[in-house]
Write a protein that binds this ligand. Structure first.
Ligand SMILES: C[S@@+](CC[C@H](N)C(=O)[O-])C[C@H]1O[C@@H](n2cnc3c(N)ncnc32)[C@H](O)[C@@H]1O
Length: 193
């Protein structure tokens, strides 16, 4: 099953092109993009956090589902990637792209609460996980991808992924769903007390 390109976010092809020009290959695929858009659409005035902006492809999907009074904060430490992402979203007041190390940002902003967190870099996923899960509102979502084994992974990466998935599956205050589509996705929803 595939998606109709006509339903893709407006800047999708241009961001892909700009990413290729930069040899940026870490872009999220359309499966996680469509899921991010769908879950974002479920939140009125949604507060969204993305860790690892890259060139902004997932951001385009999230924006496509965002309520008119919603907000997205996206964290990236590479100025070159930020420049590309900002070139697409500069006029969008609902998006705030922050140039900072994600680990440092999480530590400084751990009091904030989000309706959806897409943890797409090391911090918030393989490190600082508990802190990041604390930042999800009740009824909110935590999403990660890139969970299916790839040939170019370093030797110990598969073990790290398995251990992360086990940890996520047994979070008492979340319901977790591993999805074997795209690059392998895990979605958690924080239980409402
Ligand atoms: C998988 S890519 C993100 C892809 C993007 N979310 C998308 O959907 O296209 C991971 C990103 O995290 C960034 N990154 C790596 N280490 C980081 C850190 N310590 N703090 C912030 N960003 C970091 C990388 O530069 C890269 O752009």
């Amino acid at each position: 099953m595939s998606y109709s390109k006509s339903s893709f976010p407006k800047d999708y092809e241009s961001i892909l092109k700009a990413s290729r020009k930069l040899n940026f290959t870490m872009i999220s695929d359309e499966e996680v993009g469509a899921l991010l858009r769908l879950l974002t659409s479920s939140k009125k005035e949604g507060q969204i956090l993305e860790l690892g902006t890259g060139t902004g492809l997932a951001l385009a999907w999230i924006l496509d589902g965002l309520h008119s009074k919603g907000k997205i904060i996206s964290i990236e430490n590479n100025p070159q990637y930020i420049e590309v992402a900002r070139s697409f979203f500069d006029k969008e007041s609902r998006i705030n792209i922050v140039q900072e190390d994600a680990k440092v940002w999480i530590e400084k902003n751990k009091h904030l609460q989000f309706d959806l967190i897409f943890a797409d870099t090391w911090a918030g996923k393989f490190t600082d996980l508990d802190q990041t899960l604390e930042m999800v509102k009740p009824g909110g979502f935590y999403i990660i991808d890139d969970l299916n084994q790839q040939v170019d992974w370093p030797e110990d990466h598969q073990e790290k992924v398995i251990s992360l998935m086990e940890k996520l599956k047994y979070q008492l205050n979340f319901s977790a769903l591993p999805l074997d589509f795209g690059t392998g996705i895990m979605v958690l929803c924080k239980k409402v007390a």
